[in-house]
Design a protein around this ligand. Sequence first.
Ligand code: F6P
Length: 355
Amino acid sequence: MKIAISTGGGDAPGLNAVIRGAVLAAIHRGWQCVGVRRGYAGLLGEDRVVPLDANAVRGITHLGGTILGTSNRGDPFRFRVQQLDGTWTERDRSDEAIAAFHALGLDALIAIGGDGSLRIAQQLQQKGVPVVGVPKTIDNDVGGTVATFGFDTAVQTATEAIDKLHSTAESHERVMVVEVMGRFAGWIALHSGIAGSADVILIPEIPFDIAKVCDKVRRREEEGRHFSIVVVSEGAAPKGGSVSLIDPEHQRLGGIGDKVAHLIAEMTGKETRTLVLGHLQRGGSPTTFDRLLGLRFGAAAVRFIAEGRFGSMVALRPPLITAVPIEEALAMPRRVPLDSDTIATARDIGISLGD
Ligand code: F6P
């Protein structure tokens, strides 16, 4: 057997652990492994395919990023090509990628990615490439699995940042607004906000009312708490409003933190500051949880290949790692359930969710 591994979309801490888990489990079976550089670029002649042996994956479990590189612009089904006049068009180059896959004598592909990369993997599977998917995203919004690797590390980073903001917020009697990642799902904001003792948490699943946010800030003032911490997901939006985009053409989110801070200052008279954590949340060494989950996902992907379970995605369903159809995972993206005990906990301990 000769298998390929690719990492696509935004990186997440734990990617290298998945690569190591998969490569060592494959070598253990006497298989060969190669890595596709930068998403699918290595199969499109835009980059290389590199051999992955035990040496290549030595000492990488604790490293952030991906040794294979990644891209969120290299979808072979909708490959972006710049025209002479500077405009962009899309071209389907999937047949080229598939031809390269066969020319390399490959038997299976482990596609590590979030919803976008898993959708590409699913399309490749439909065109005859034997694929096993591995769910990756710090946002934790892939369906079918209780968790994606990278999320725990991102939450840890966000919680540490919120912890540090408390003393400066209190000293200056300010409102600090922290914008965290979370395009469609508020997991990072909710978990880091509760763990970091935020006063307000705004998530995409609950459209917020800025008046309610200000009420909370004012109530704290009355109680002698002259500072507040507001954690907002980048994908949060006001009731009846839309998400905040800094680059509408590429649907890049950003700016909601500043907007919320500005309105709080205007409506309460409090001095406010904004901190955008941004890509800091995608960096750094993965937590123990993410390293272990990554290694388990990687090894499980190889076991599923050995069992011929193609078109499936490895998924955490404690205490097991199971195989779920990629199609099923894509059909039910994971959002924060509004009836979850975590939401109830936030409300019970007095955190405003802006509703
Ligand atoms: O999907 C993960 C994520 O971190 C989102 O929360 C965010 O909107 C996006 O990636 C940003 O990705 P990039 O800056 O790489 O385009």
